[in-house]
Design a protein around this ligand. Structure first.
Ligand SMILES: Cc1ncc(COP(=O)(O)O)c(C=O)c1O
Ligand SMILES: C[C@@H](O)[C@H](N)C(=O)O
Length: 360
């Protein structure tokens, strides 16, 4: 007999949150106008606020982080034969359909992501093509970092490291873009303002729809001339939108109400990580849980891998996704309660003790 689902706890990503009542009310009452023919007043407010938070001259709302990264790379790599240096486990390289190449004709030059989310600075420098040019080579234009680094488990890049990469970029006449999908998580975890973290960056893509829980969108920030070019490219990509104040109003609520909640997400991630690590057959690197992402390593049982475990957990109402064959990813967000944490732990205990009994 299948155990009835007592509740659903959605830990697939921090993109799964539903708009709060205050967001819905702000959306319903948003002041709007056509943002292609002019400027939607609420979008202008949001863009001004995010530019201020990031310490950059200007900002632009985009429908997704993927488009934010794509536009940023294409603005910086504006010549045929351009090359971007980025992490081999970066979101831009792994999860954005190769858009920088397929749509932008930009050549990716990957450097290994270390476990802590960084790329060795010496390896980045070694990847820079000689400025003297060589008939065989593309021309390096851009370095991309990701903070926090999602596929490394939501790790925060240290400020000193980002500053050093910024110096390297300047030394070689390159630009620096930061995929800041979870930059607010990095800011809260490091205890450093966003503007200081991204100080060395020429552009940043900041997700509103991740940990701070807006229903849609990201904002890219940079110089006024960068944003002017970006606005043109957004239209080219079909991202020119009309009364986007409806979405920007929710994002403004997210900025004002939810950044402060990220610390709780990080605390909950630690609590859940410690609890899961106490389950005999599971392994969690608790020290590596710096923000809201947890990786749970399962026993390497070919008959019961991450896919099977996720399916079994789903029957119990716990939604998580496989990261690799024997690894599950859990992402915390502000709509996960303390009792949800207890329930998730009990489901993992039930599942993995029953699996152990079957084996015995
Ligand atoms: C690190 C990172 N960058 C960019 C994105 C892309 O954002 P979106 O899903 O809004 O396209 C995501 C995930 O959604 C992400 O985790
Ligand atoms: C999968 C990826 O695109 C998404 N950003 C997530 O972390 O859930």
């Amino acid at each position: 007999m299948v155990t009835p689902v007592i509740r659903t706890v959605d830990l697939r990503s921090d993109t799964v949150t539903k708009p709060t009542e205050s967001m819905r009310s702000a959306m319903a009452n948003a002041e709007v106008d056509d943002d292609v023919l002019g400027n939607d007043p609420t979008a202008v407010l949001l863009e001004r606020e995010v530019a201020e938070i990031a310490g950059k001259e200007a900002a632009m709302f985009v429908p997704s982080g993927t488009m934010g990264n794509l536009i940023s790379v294409l603005v910086h790599c504006d010549e045929r034969g351009s090359e971007v240096i980025l992490g081999d486990d970066s979101h831009i390289h792994i999860y954005e359909n190769g858009g920088v190449s397929s749509l932008g004709g930009v050549h990716p030059r990957t450097v290994k992501n270390e476990e802590d989310g960084t790329m060795e600075i010496s390896s980045i420098e070694a990847a820079v093509r000689s400025p003297k040019g060589d008939l065989h080579y593309p021309v390096t234009k851009l370095i991309c970092l990701e903070n926090t680094q999602a596929n490394c488990g939501g790790r925060c890049l240290p400020i000193e490291y980002i500053d050093k990469v910024g110096e390297l970029a300047k030394k070689h006449g390159l630009k620096l873009h930061i995929d800041g999908a979870r930059i607010f998580n990095a800011s809260v975890a490091l205890g450093v303002p966003v503007r200081r973290i991204v100080q060395a960056a020429d552009s940043v893509s900041i997700c509103l729809s991740k940990g701070i829980g807006a229903p849609v969108g990201s904002v890219i920030v940079g110089s006024k001339s960068f944003i002017t070019k970006a606005r043109w490219l957004r239209k080219t990509l079909g991202g020119g939108m009309r009364q986007i104040g409806v979405l920007c109003a929710a994002a403004l609520v997210a900025l004002r109400e939810n950044v402060a909640k990220l610390e709780d997400d990080h605390k909950n991630a630690k609590i859940l990580a410690e609890g899961l690590n106490r389950i005999e057959r599971l392994k969690v690197n608790v020290a590596a849980v710096e923000t809201n992402i947890i990786y749970v390593d399962l026993p390497k049982d070919p008959k019961f891998g991450a896919e099977d475990a996720c399916k079994s957990l789903e029957v119990l109402g716990v939604l998580v996704i496989p990261q690799t064959t024997f690894r599950i990813r859990i992402v915390l967000h502000h709509q996960i309660s303390d009792s949800d944490l207890d329930y998730v732990l009990s489901c993992f205990e039930k599942l993995f003790s029953s699996v152990a009994e079957e084996k015995a």
